[in-house]
Write a protein that binds this ligand. Structure first.
Ligand code: TRP
Ligand code: MN
Length: 449
């Protein structure tokens, strides 16, 4: 059976340099809050983590597909039933489309219920001549550009825990209690196809799904069964604030193994994946599935060593490499990376983050991304994998169920000058609900050939 590595403890990361950590003004209070979190119940349990890992192993072999999505950074003030429901809804809708088109189970995973912390390029920023700490996500400080607002407050860690628990609770209720029923989710897709100008081109696929559901009904398959009425939904976030992650790392009472019970899957960002850094040290020891972002500035040799460090037993489902090169760079960067990992014989799941390499600043000053560029990166991702004989096993989106105007393009052709209409993000721009569904339909077309 799998075990945590020797010489690792949930605190051993403290002996390594940890980038991107807030400077807590009162370290005693910070440690006291972590002590409090450490006594609170886990947010997920080991059996669920093992289940999703087994699914991710399937995805790495091409027998399942990972769909991961949610806010760039969740906002405490938007932890509301409608906001959670709408994002969950759009992910479920995308999952139905991709399940049908791909002919394989889709692992539904939110960047939700804990995605509250952000890495920043600078520790401070200048606002009106005043140098104040950068905003690091709601779990650390407030986006409000004042000295007081930006002061890291450990109470926010506790609040983040409770909001993650609330979010998780509602998602569990929805996905078990009938909201995720297949015919219901498909009915929402039909609504999109009927009622939006861009939806019509996807009618054919929607009709085929209709026919499949109808076929089941007419031959007398009971629709009141959990396989149809429920969906498994998993959570994930960037494991950035290591004190918080440590406080939620628990020993499974039945096996004695250590799991980070803050989420089912966690990932290491492109900026915090130093070989001897604290984030890699922490993640190497927990038994959760781990993601690692890989951007265009990576060093192949370093990636190989990271893969070996994070997955020494070469276990399938353990490690997902999430590439985020940008539409213009993916064709140059992905093939050498795939070949290097193949040469090592390393088992990884490959997922595509088409968001972070495609960010630009519009003339209006808004940070944005273009829908067509996002889809172009995904298309290249599939094509490169197919050419290399590797498995394109997942996609990773920043999206929301809200009707925001943060990314340009899509069926309604949002232009730069429309961005200000409903630009809500305090962080990176997200696909709105319609753009997300369109993306799913377009991916469906790609994978059906
Ligand atoms: N239970 C199956 C699954 O999770 C089928 C299913 C039910 C489903 N509701 C769903 C699939 C909603 C996608 C979305 O795959
Ligand atoms: Mn982001």
């Amino acid at each position: 059976m799998e075990t945590n590595p020797p010489s690792w403890t949930k605190s051993s990361w403290r002996q390594h340099p940890a980038l991107q950590q807030p400077k807590w003004p009162d370290p005693k209070e910070y440690e006291r809050v972590l002590g409090e979190v450490a006594l609170l119940p886990p947010l997920v349990f080991a059996g669920e983590i093992r289940a999703v890992k087994a699914m991710l192993a399937q995805a790495s072999e091409g027998n399942a597909f990972l769909l991961q999505g949610g806010d760039c950074a969740e906002d405490f003030s938007r932890c509301t039933a409608p906001a959670i429901r709408e994002t969950l809804k759009v992910i479920l809708q995308m999952a139905v489309i991709l399940t049908y088109a791909g002919g394989k189970p889709v692992i539904k995973m939110g960047r939700m219920a804990g995605q509250y912390a952000k890495p920043r390029s600078a520790d401070t920023e200048k606002i009106g001549g005043l140098e104040i700490p950068s905003y690091r996500g709601d779990m650390v400080n407030s986006p409000e550009p004042t000295e007081a607002g930006r002061r890291p407050d450990p109470q926010r860690l506790l609040k983040g825990y409770f909001l993650a628990a609330s979010t998780m609770n509602l998602m569990r209720a929805f996905t078990r209690g009938g909201y995720a029923a297949l015919h219901r989710v498909h009915a929402w897709n039909n609504e999109f196809v009927r009622n939006s100008p861009q939806g019509q081109s996807y009618e054919k696929l929607a009709r085929q799904i209709d026919q499949a559901l109808n076929f089941m009904r007419v031959i007398g398959i009971d629709t009141d069964i959990p396989q149809l009425n429920q969906a498994s939904f998993y959570t994930s976030h960037e494991a950035l604030l290591l004190g918080y992650e440590e406080a939620l790392t628990r020993q499974d009472s039945t096996t004695g193994q250590w799991y980070d019970c803050s989420a089912h899957m966690i990932w290491i960002g492109d900026r915090t994946r130093q070989l001897d850094g604290a984030h890699v040290e922490f993640c190497r020891g927990i038994l959760n599935p781990i993601g690692m972002k890989v951007g265009p500035k990576h060093d192949l040799d370093e990636i190989k060593r990271l893969v070996a460090r994070l997955n020494p037993d070469n276990e399938r489902g353990r490690l997902t490499l999430i590439t985020r090169f940008g539409a213009k760079k993916i064709e140059a960067h992905l093939p050498p990376l795939l070949r290097a990992i193949k040469e090592e014989g390393a088992q990884v799941l490959w997922s595509c983050d088409p968001m972070h390499g495609n960010t630009y600043t519009a003339e209006t000053g808004h940070k944005t991304r273009n829908f067509d560029e996002i889809l172009r990166e995904i298309r290249s991702f599939f094509e490169v994998h197919w050419a290399e004989g590797t498995v394109p096993g997942g996609v990773h989106f920043e999206l929301t169920g809200d009707n925001v105007t943060e990314c340009t393009g899509g069926g309604r052709n949002i232009l730069d000058q429309h961005l200000s209409r409903n630009y809500q993000t305090t962080c990176d721009p997200r696909l709105n609900a319609e753009q997300s569904l369109e993306a799913a339909f377009q991916i469906a077309e790609m994978i059906r050939g």
